[in-house]
Write a protein that binds this ligand. Structure first.
Ligand SMILES: [Zn+2]
Length: 107
């Protein structure tokens, strides 16, 4: 019986041919993690890492899709607009959001 660490669903089976000509099954950990938001570390929806998929189905096509969740992207857009209007200053924005707010100011 497989050892407990290899009984998980996050273990994949890899068939390899040995020099003797027999095939053996190795067990390897599944690569990759769930994609997460860069600001709030929440789970990102509608994201995949498979290179065989079309680019449009690997991440959302909105601004900062695949990097920020929809709530943090919304915050970045709102803050950038408030800074443009003058009702808010750049120092009031969260430090983690600043790299996403600054490029929006130049547009
Ligand atoms: Zn977020």
């Amino acid at each position: 019986m497989a050892s407990p660490k290899n009984r998980s669903n996050s273990v994949r089976k890899v068939k390899r041919r040995t020099p003797q000509g027999t095939t053996t099954i190795y067990k390897r950990r599944v690569k990759g993690k769930k994609h997460s938001c860069a600001v709030c570390k929440g789970k990102l929806h509608a994201t995949h890492s498979l290179p065989s998929l079309a680019k449009s189905s690997r991440h959302p096509s909105r601004i900062y899709g695949g990097n920020l969740c929809h709530l943090c992207a919304k915050k970045a857009i709102i803050f950038s607009q408030r800074i443009k209007d003058g009702s808010m200053q750049q120092t009031e924005v969260e430090i983690l959001l600043l790299p996403y707010v600054k490029p929006l100011l130049q547009k």
